[in-house]
Write a protein that binds this ligand. Structure first.
Ligand code: PLP
Length: 381
């Protein structure tokens, strides 16, 4: 990044110009996403930008192909897709919507494949996945498949409480989208580059989406940066178009920022060298085992869940009714864990854990110890 600042600190990529680092990074990402078939990258300044880019280009894709009525989006309740108007409109959490309504028209949410809380009266993950897919099919039939542009989903839902779908879920979503000509956008802002214990979240489930949104780990947050990536089918539609409909009227002043591209190239080289997904997988198993022990010990723990190095503990006042734990109890858990040397993230009645991908086994033990103290403190409130 320092070298890049001295060499070329900025140049616009808005109107057909580019820079060498952006070209190199496009190539690098093409290699990283070979199994998913991502062949073009659109560089942004973060996750919300990446989501917005995919949503906008999804609508344009259909217009280019002469299906301009396909403008709607389907997504999952509890999903999080950032705070731009498009992303917030496909969001599945009222906290990010209520104060900003009315949202973008034509966005519809179906139930999340969540074992702990769902409208289906079962905790069988596979059955829940099937029920959610039935809801998806029902919503598509109700809206009219030829009015829907895309389905957007996180391979593992992050901010909504770390909801890990059954392994059949995303492949079934892919199948349904294909059947109805609907694009599948994987929001991998959290899950790309190792977090789930596989290289990417879509790869974990064996799915090749049509578009992917990334940010966060791509520069390890050394620079605000993201990439929205397109698969061959989408790219072909744009690039084979001859009547101007394929011209992209979307972009940002800081698109393909050369310092951001340099940061991404350096970060991806380190991620690849360290194969952080392998560590995320191994440490993730230890973390989940530790969390399961905490659940056995502490009545306030209603549920623990996660995969790789994304995990959540859901705190409840009462296990049978699943009443969320009180705010003071959750605050006490935070304070005691913090005093024991571990900062946790509180989101509603969930404790969300996203430790560094290079965490050691000792670090995991230390986290579990601090959480143990936090949960004891919460129980005493
Ligand atoms: N999508 C997902 C899945 C996210 O987790 C986030 C942020 O946490 C976003 C999009 C938005 O990214 P940003 O905060 O960089 O705008």
């Amino acid at each position: 990044m320092t070298e890049q600042l001295a060499e070329l600190p900025y140049y616009s990529a808005f109107r057909g110009t580019t820079n060498d680092k952006a070209v190199e990074l496009s190539y690098e990402l093409n290699q990283w996403f070979k199994p998913e078939g991502m062949v073009r990258s659109f560089f942004t300044s973060g996750g919300s930008d990446s989501v917005e880019t995919c949503l906008r280009l999804a609508r344009q894709y259909h217009k280019v192909r002469g299906e301009g009525e396909r403008t709607k989006f389907i997504s999952l309740k509890k999903g999080y897709h950032g705070t731009h108007f498009g992303g917030a409109s496909v969001n599945g959490n009222a906290n990010f919507r209520r104060n900003y309504e009315p949202m973008l028209a034509g966005c519809f949410q179906i139930a999340a494949p969540w074992t702990y809380r769902n409208p289906f009266g079962t905790d069988n993950a596979e059955e829940i996945a099937n029920r959610c897919i039935a809801m998806l099919e029902d919503e598509i039939a109700f809206q009219g498949a030829d009015t829907i542009a895309a389905m957007i989903m996180e391979p593992v839902l992050g901010a909504g409480g770390v909801i890990v779908p059954h392994k059949s879920f995303m492949p079934m979503v892919r199948e349904v989208c294909d059947k109805h000509g609907i694009l599948l956008i994987a929001d991998e802002v959290i899950t790309a580059f190792g977090r789930t214990g596989d290289v990417h979240g879509s790869r974990l489930w064996g799915v090749a989406p049509d578009m992917m949104c990334t940010a966060k780990a791509i520069t390890n947050s050394y620079f605000p940066f993201g990439a929205a990536m397109m698969g061959e089918k989408v790219v072909d539609a744009f690039e084979s178009n001859k009547d101007g409909l394929g011209n992209i009227g979307h972009g940002y002043t800081y698109s393909a920022h050369p310092v951001g591209c340099a940061a991404a190239l350096a970060t991806l080289a380190e991620i690849k060298k360290a194969k952080v997904w392998e560590n995320a997988k191994a440490r993730g198993i230890e973390l989940q085992n530790g969390l399961a022990q905490l659940k056995e010990k502490h009545q306030i723990v209603g549920d623990t869940r996660g995969i790789g190095l994304m995990a959540a503990i859901e705190l409840v006042d009462d296990r049978p009714t699943k009443t969320p734990a009180s705010k003071p109890a959750i605050a006490a858990a935070f304070d005691a864990a913090y005093e024991a040397g571990v900062t946790i993230r509180v989101s509603g009645n969930n404790i969300i854990l996203s430790p560094p991908l290079v965490i050691t086994a000792d670090d995991v033990t230390r986290m579990i110890g601090a959480l143990d103290k936090g949960l004891s403190a919460a129980a005493g409130v």
